[in-house]
Design a protein around this ligand. Sequence first.
Ligand code: HEC
Length: 131
Amino acid sequence: MKIFTIIYSSIILTVFHNLFEKKPLDESIADGKELYNDFCSQCHLTDGKGVKGVYPPLANSDFLLDVEKTINSIKYGLKGPIIVNGEKYNSIMISQGLDDEEISDVVNYILNSWGNTSANIVTEEMVSAVR
Ligand code: HEC
């Protein structure tokens, strides 16, 4: 009987874990990496360095210091003049059509890759709140 109690409790625990626990940062980064390689790397490149004057870098990008602006640009797209690390860009990035959870994953990935580090995890709720 005891073994059933143990199995039963672990199933309940797993269900609760999946329902109520936020996705841990390492899992979000791993999912974000896959999304990045599918949706972003053709322009910003797998090393995040972009193409000077054409596709701005994400590696060490000072644009990413404003997390809300970063989320906004991925959620709704970005066009017009911007300056990234002192370099001017004036182009268009269309929205890649990711949902809010996917955007949080890809942002966690770019904020924690190629030397970028971030103290805070970006959640789906934070992405939903950006208009
Ligand atoms: C078709 C090419 C293309 C794709 C695909 C693309 N981007 Fe961009 N991205 C651009 C361009 C061009 C700009 C600059 C837009 C401007 O000049 O206003 C930009 C700007 C940005 C910026 C702000 C500037 C910076 O470098 O920090 C971020 C952040 C960003 N992109 C992230 C992403 C992410 C994440 C994805 C994938 C979900 C993605 N991009 C997909 C072309 C692209």
